[in-house]
Ligand binder design. Structure first.
Ligand SMILES: Nc1ncnc2c1ncn2[C@@H]1O[C@H](COP(=O)(O)OP(=O)(O)OP(=O)(O)O)[C@@H](O)[C@H]1O
Length: 288
């Protein structure tokens, strides 16, 4: 009974100590929430997202061990987070610089217009789009048209997309063939495909410094391997020299693939993405 009285007294004191929330506080909270939201949105568009998720998991473990007073584990995790943040700043220095530059260039009010973007995110690559990519690849290989097609998956390629010319065009084989046509303004560099859209052309990709890659392979192939070393995307490469089609994935290159192999691989990746999406949706349903 005494405990209950104490608890009640404490509760009254807490209620008494509750700060009064004014208009200024509400504005402040809204501004902070907006900045955090924009920050998360930006991180999601870069390869830092995977690292950020890792850091988040470490923070949660550190928090739980702090509550449970597991001092050694807390010490290790807190130290890891501190060093991790400094490491992140160093590793992602180029991305941070470009984010700050963008902030200066950006139309502030456009950041509120996110509904189109949200709608687009729900669409994943369709079978029709895959067919169009495969048809275009066959045609370009036949005529030895050099091409570099990046199909984005979970890791967002925003920072590479920004090095090119924005397109946001529906995927058709005719458009793909046209983009890579010799001596046209968009043929150089890579195109990036997100969901059912060609989001940008003439994109510059990071070159792989993998020494075990064949010496026959030039910068087009090295760029394809390079982007798959820093993300989970699939890249289709058509050699201008031989007309051979290769595919890069997970830092590896599979040379001389045929249309069936290419199609199966793209369809398989789509299916695994769909299953993952379905599992998340089921999870949300269960939790909700
Ligand atoms: N870092 C890069 N990012 C995007 N595209 C690139 C990059 N480096 C080269 N390319 C593309 O590759 C073309 C040059 O290809 P290069 O002949 O050097 O490579 P390759 O691997 O031998 O290909 P190919 O077999 O088609 O000759 C450039 O014109 C450009 O379109």
């Amino acid at each position: 009974m005494e405990d209950l009285n104490n608890f009640w007294q404490n509760l009254k004191m807490i209620r008494f100590d509750l700060p009064i929330i004014g208009v200024k506080d509400v504005i402040e909270i809204a501004l902070i929430a907006f900045v955090i939201y924009q920050l998360l949105k930006w991180v999601r568009g870069t390869r830092a997202w995977t690292l950020f998720k890792g850091l988040l998991i470490i923070s949660i473990i550190a928090f739980i061990s702090m509550i449970l007073e597991l001092n050694t584990i807390t010490f290790i995790f807190v130290k890891t987070i501190n060093t991790g943040i400094i490491a992140l700043l160093i590793v992602f220095q180029p991305e941070l610089r470009s984010a700050l530059e963008q902030l200066g260039r950006r139309n502030f009010f456009s950041t509120f217009l996110i509904f189109e973007e949200q709608k687009d995110k729900k669409e994943k690559i369709s079978l029709k789009a895959i067919e169009e990519i495969v048809t275009a690849t066959e045609e370009m290989a036949k005529f030895k048209t050099g091409a570099l097609i990046v199909v984005e998956r979970e890791v967002k390629l925003g920072e590479y997309e920004r090095t090119g010319i924005p397109l946001n065009a529906t995927i058709t084989s005719q458009l793909l063939i046209n983009i890579f046509e010799h001596n046209t303004p968009l043929h150089d560099g890579a195109i990036i495909i997100r969901n059912n859209k060609i989001v940008a052309a003439t994109c510059y990709l990071p070159l792989s410094d993998n020494m075990s890659l064949s010496k026959e392979l030039g910068t087009r192939h090295r760029a394809a391997v390079g982007i798959t070393e820093v993300s989970d995307c699939i890249v289709i490469i058509i050699s201008e020299e031989t007309g051979n089609v290769s595919m890069a994935l997970g830092g590896n290159i599979i040379r001389n693939v045929d249309s069936d192999y290419l199609k199966n691989k793209l369809v398989y990746q789509k299916k695994t993405a769909d299953i993952k999406k379905f599992k998340i949706w089921k999870g949300r349903q269960r939790n909700g």
